[in-house]
Ligand binder design. Structure first.
Ligand code: PHE
Length: 340
């Protein structure tokens, strides 16, 4: 019996010494030391050995086991190290190789600005919604308290796809879609392409991009709006930028304001960018009209809120000093390459 066991130990040790692959080593280990392995079988067979022989042989089998386990461990460590060394050598990157000269792509300036602005509002806890570009009259106009005789409803200003179906002329449509589904508190931005029947020129495009914010809760006031807008202006145009609100009119907000940011170029002194005024118009805003809340099933005696909407194309042209909107849609590489 002892002889058979020591023979198994010798054979196994020999097999281990010629194994140069971890997988093969592992198979061998299972074959000898595993649950139904050769050495384990001897341990099981002990019950057939006479009582006085049993301790001796048991000890012998155990010693063999310890010895082989040690041999397997040692071989495994060596093979693992060899494996690692091989990988390190194979996957080595030659950092001295010269640059291939291929130029890297970049995001469109409009996308860069949009992502930054969305990031800002998300950091303030706003959710982001994406609503349809093709809308019904109801979402684009009626629900926003835009009366039937309003000029925006004229085919000269809005692109109609069919009777009562339009390419949305603003992202305020998102306000209605959110308020219909969600009860206050609401804090979202909706953004995307909008369309108007304009001839393209330096400051107009039949397709452009808006980003709209909506906050509805108990006790929301114009002060909250002003605070958010000051924070936003400083974030996008630089620390110290302030805003001023000028009275304006939108059917869906009451009161309504135009919002100007202090000119970052001249710090308010007056320059070419702000046409000498020290201020740049950046967006429209206001307190959501009671009739709009009511139409969405929100009680205006309990809840109030503000909305603001900006043209992303406009913010982008201001930020980069672009004086013709059309270059943004021309896909001219000489223009785009400046934003890498
Ligand atoms: N929807 C308005 C526009 O397109 C902007 C706006 C949004 C004004 C929200 C007030 C509140 O000009």
């Amino acid at each position: 019996m002892q002889e058979i066991i020591s023979q198994l130990v010798n054979e196994t040790e020999k097999a281990i010494s010629v194994t140069n692959e971890l997988r093969v080593l592992n198979d061998l280990k299972v074959e000898v030391l595993g649950k139904s392995g050769k050495l384990t079988a001897y341990l099981r067979g002990l019950k057939d050995v006479s009582a006085e022989e049993r301790p001796k042989i048991g000890q012998y089998v155990n010693d063999a086991r310890v010895k082989l386990e040690g041999a397997f461990d040692k071989a495994e460590t060596i093979l693992k190290q060899a494996d690692l060394n091989r990988k390190l050598a194979e996957e080595k990157i030659d950092i001295t190789l010269p640059y291939s000269g291929k130029s890297r792509g970049a995001l469109h300036p409009l996308t860069q600005v949009r992502e930054r602005i969305i990031g800002y509002f998300v950091s303030l806890g706003f959710g982001v919604v994406d609503t349809p570009e093709i809308e019904t009259d109801y979402y684009n106009f009626s629900a926003l308290n835009i009366p039937p005789d309003h000029p925006a409803r004229d085919a000269q200003d809005t692109l109609f796809v069919a009777d009562n179906i339009v390419l949305r002329s603003h992202t305020s449509t998102g306000q209605i879609r959110v308020m219909e589904k969600q009860k206050p508190p609401i804090k979202v931005i909706s953004h995307g392409r909008v369309y108007r029947a304009d001839e393209p020129d330096a400051t107009h495009s039949p397709m452009f991009h808006q980003l709209e914010g909506l906050v509805i809760d108990k006790g929301v006031t114009m002060c909250d709006l002003k605070g958010i807008l000051d924070g936003f202006a400083s974030f996008i145009f630089g620390a110290g930028t302030t805003t001023r609100l000028r009275p304006s009119y939108f059917p869906f907000t009451e009161p309504s304001v135009e919002v100007d940011a202090s000119c970052a170029g001249c710090k308010g002194a007056g320059c070419r960018i702000c046409k000498g005024t020290g201020w740049i118009e950046i967006l429209g805003a206001g307190i959501v009209n009671r009739r709009v809340l009511e139409g969405c099933g929100i009680n205006p005696d309990i809840y109030s809120g503000f909305a603001f909407g900006m043209g992303l194309d406009r913010i982008t042209t201001i930020l980069y000093g672009i004086n013709d909107l059309r270059v943004m849609f021309d896909n001219d590489m000489r223009f785009l390459k400046q934003f890498v």
